[in-house]
Design a protein around this ligand. Sequence first.
Ligand SMILES: *[C@@H]1O[C@H](CO)[C@@H](O)[C@H](O)[C@H]1NC(C)=O
Ligand SMILES: *[C@@H]1O[C@H](CO)[C@@H](O)[C@H](O)[C@H]1NC(C)=O
Length: 372
Amino acid sequence: MKIRLGWLTIVTALIVVLIQGSVTAYPTLSGKPPIVIGHRGASGYLPEHTLEAYKLAIEQGADFIEPDLVSTKDGVLVARHEPNLIDTTNVSEIAQFADRKKTIAVDGAEQEGFFSDDFTLAEIKQLRARQTRSFRDQSHNDQYEIPTFQEVIDLVKQVEASTGRKIGIYPETKHPTYFDQLGLSLEEPLIKVLVESNFTDPARIFIQSFEVKNLKDELPQLMAAEGINLPLVQLFDEFQLQPYDFVVSGDARTYADLITADSLKNFVATYAKGIGPWKRSFVMTAPVEPPMDTNGDGVAETKERLTGEVLPVIQNAHAAGLQVHPYTFRDEEQFLTTDYNGDPMAEYKQFYELGVDGLFTDFPDTAVKARG
Ligand SMILES: *[C@@H]1O[C@H](CO)[C@@H](O)[C@H](O)[C@H]1NC(C)=O
Ligand SMILES: *[C@@H]1O[C@H](CO)[C@@H](O)[C@H](O)[C@H]1NC(C)=O
């Protein structure tokens, strides 16, 4: 009996070694598999930034969920992609709010709508969320509330209590300069809610921003005062653009200047643990000529194809000790280059093999499946 058990143990150990040896080793910074980040929840399926969409992302296997944060008039952080509520909620159909409609500049660009900073939390709670993309499922519109950041944390804690799964949260400060100028700074309530909720495990949080000053100066000061140190992620817009706080302060640097090997090492890595570039800013594409009517609606669409050129952003970031989490991966054919033949798995596999440490996706189920 003892001998048999011994053999069983050896055979089992051998099988384990064989299986582990055959598992793809991902060229991530840590050597661990890349993380799947549910972008605005499982927003390919349900109206973005709702508890229902975050819950679905978690059920589909997302490691992190991503709430974008804006402020209400009374200084409460709620999950929305932009301060303007017109596209993602039913605000324009509620008579009592009709007089809140206005045209203002957000980061220098004029837009008309209803802005979160004109609504108290109690008022925002009267709105219901909508699917913003016409080609996605509209059947969940006008049902779900706009969640507060606190409610997002509470959801993740409930999941942990009932399943044991430790999901991470990847909040983004949206238009921090815009909210600073309104006296509704995002960083203080963000750190306060995290500390009061005891959600300060650095393995379960990344704080991201397209601006620099709040990552480099404001958040580190606030965290130091609380005795916490959470990883920060510098997002990169299209490279010819500038972070909006640089526009305001007169700093001439563009995102292209910030993403050089030297800048990643000697600037970004001094305050951030990762970068979030647009996937097409370093895996280069070009228009397919001539435009083709690929969906048969009589209109020729300009499709993109991969050129084969890949800028060394991942290598440079890894050399600087920075993780790379590109955005945004989407299943639908119109978001894929022609090279993938309509198969989103092919795109994920390409980026996993390039060594990304994680990625933002509207379809966490597909990203998890492609990771294998
Ligand atoms: C909009 O939101 C309200 C809640 O304030 C809800 O009762 C209503 O059904 C929603 N839909 C429309 C079309 O107004
Ligand atoms: C706070 O969270 C940590 C895990 O990150 C846990 O070990 C600790 O017990 C919690 N403290 C309180 C007061 O709940």
